[in-house]
Ligand binder design. Sequence first.
Ligand code: SF4
Length: 454
Amino acid sequence: MRKISLPSVAAVTLGCKLNYSETSAILDRLSAEGWQISSVEKGADMIIIHTCAVTKQAEQKCRQKIRQLVRRNPGCAIVVIGCYAQLQPFLLSAFEGVHGVLGSNDKFRTEIYREILDTKPETPLVQVSDPGAADEIHAGYSLPEDSGVARTRAFLKIQDGCDYGCAYCTIPMARGRSRSLPAAMLIERAHALASSGYREIVLTGVNIGDYRSEGTGFAGLLRMLEQVALDRIRVSSLEPDIIDDRLLDVVACSRKIAPHFHVPLQSGSDRMLQAMGRRYTTEGYRERIMRAVESIQDCAIGIDVIAGYPGESEEDFQDMYRFIDELPAAYLHVFSCSIRPGTRLASQTASGERKLLSSREIEGRSDLLIELGRRKKSAYTAGFLGKERKVLVETSTQDGRGGVCCSGYTANYLHVTARAENFAGDAQRLKGMLLPVAIREMGHDLNLEGRLLF
Ligand code: SF4
């Protein structure tokens, strides 16, 4: 067997923040076992491609990426991991140049990477166990992929899997049932991220509001994390049914938990919500969102919606449009409906129980929702003109005229670019600082601009 000393590995991640946090954890483990962490640009003995299967488009992007990386890196061991690998291992192992395919739990078994590198098997090594069969859950947290990036925001995985079983969703098949990491481990990890310079952590998972560990629920975990020396804790996506008064009170009373919730709505028609198997009604959703914006200052509500769900009538769509239009939303993420193999929706459409919409109808509804989202974002963002808010600086450069230009996010996730004249210090040192900014105007693509107040 060929002996390789200090093998190098690079990773390419597609998909959600959870994937990013898991890639970092895998690289961290490999590094502890003597691998050198490299990048695709610098070259590596192995490239790990972390895939996503949330939509057809996401899968297509993964396939393109695999082909591209194989073509540009001859001689390199290629390993495909993640949700797409879990769901379609044999399709991906048939790609020329792929040496290994690892499923959702298997991707954390670092000894397999070494085996693949040592043997570069002609027939790819496929290791995909049933994610539903194990209670296994692996930690994930993020370090910047490029060491030139300031240590401002880290992703911390707290939970994996989902028990909800929405009709269209493939994620429970890819990631198994809901399980949570122990609170003590997460607090320790958050302390470690804070002491290595991070100012903000973003809690990630598939259904993070479903967090449960030894008597601690999601609101309890937030309270514990507040004790860590961080400036911000961001909760990312939360299912509407778990946004209860206790959680809202914890956020409203906190000086660290960001006033920002991303709350999947999917449809604004009760008939469609029922068909999707969602756990709330439009009235329940509205009530939670109104309570959030009334009790939490600056609260930003991001909404996910599906355009063109099979069986959605023109009337359902109009209901949804009106419903969202009346909500105090800060932005919308619009997804064109994608039928995932193996889901309830796939059987319903195959049997004719739910009628597919034409691609023209899906596109038309998607365009209208995207435009509505732009209008919502514009209105929400404009509400901050003339105000002062703190920005966590992610980039900072000298402007060549003796001034400095910084950019970053406010607690409620508004992107702000801010300048100061006559800046004598080192611009790089501003990265990772929480700086007050007077917000003056709306710039390109609804980004805010302002003046640094120091
Ligand atoms: S809540 Fe529904 S949409 Fe979200 S991951 Fe679970 S099953 Fe999928």
